[in-house]
Design a protein around this ligand. Sequence first.
Ligand code: ADE
Ligand code: ZN
Length: 327
Amino acid sequence: MSLPLVDLHCHIEGAADPAFVRACARRNRVTLPDGLFRADGAWACNDFLHFLRTYESACTAIRTARDYADLTYGYFSRAAARGLIYGELFISSVHPAEVGLSYPDFLDAIEDGYQRARTETGVEGRFILTAIRHLGPGRAGQTAQLAHKHPHRLVTGFGMAGDENQFAPKDFARAFAIARDAGLQLTVHAGEVCGPHSVRACLDALRPARIGHGVQAIQDAALVTRLADEGVALEVCPGSNIALGVYDSYEASPLARLRAAGVRVALGADDPPYFHTDIANEYARVQQAFGYDDASMLAISRDAIAAAFCDPTTRTALLQRLDEAAL
Ligand code: ADE
Ligand code: ZN
């Protein structure tokens, strides 16, 4: 059986491979800083903070509507060819603004790329407008305001990525209240590089429906029970965790223990070329590491669709595709 895949956690600029960014840099006459690539041409990132710096440098080359349309098309079409039926991309308004692309023009570009991929492959997708934590609550509030000012049918979520060590979740309560008021569903990166306290503080202050990563919750049994009881889904990205040194192997990821405790777990590729993975590889490696049968992998896709930031009609249609795959 070829498994229908769902990716609930992928960053748009994080889907850019070195060849794409080098081509953008040439086209846009941007000089990339030294040290961005390893000797073999792959992205250089030794640890979490180094990764964030590399990512932000790469963003300076991605500048035009065409760049963003091609990037979005590339992500959805490549992943669909590998079995993706539904994907959500984290988008930032900050990176386009820094290169002079307005938020409405940026939205038009990514919609164009997505629609081309959807027409060709039938893949379904949505976008999550994402604040960058280390830029602080003021910028996060401005990002949330954009959602109010420019509502878009494909932008259905609001999230926060960036350096989890900076600021406290309660500092972002206003930004998340604005986003909630704009009708967006909420997710926050937490428990990726910080411990369970980080996840708990997000749940208390921001009340998200999902947590990006959240794997460090495993260190606190009461928190795991809370995630299960409150139905908060985790977007787990084991390949990313391994690349950034959080775990040594797929087997060491707490994914299976979280699922066994009743926590809803979805998979994500996070920043696929940075972490030498894609969503199909994540499914395959998780299946192999935990000895899951195809029905268990379908159950992961089902949990992901249940937690997806889409409308009820789309959700029903996607669940039907999963049911058909199970026949
Ligand atoms: N931005 C892009 N990928 C990220 C990650 N894994 N954690 C935090 N911020 C990010
Ligand atoms: Zn992420």
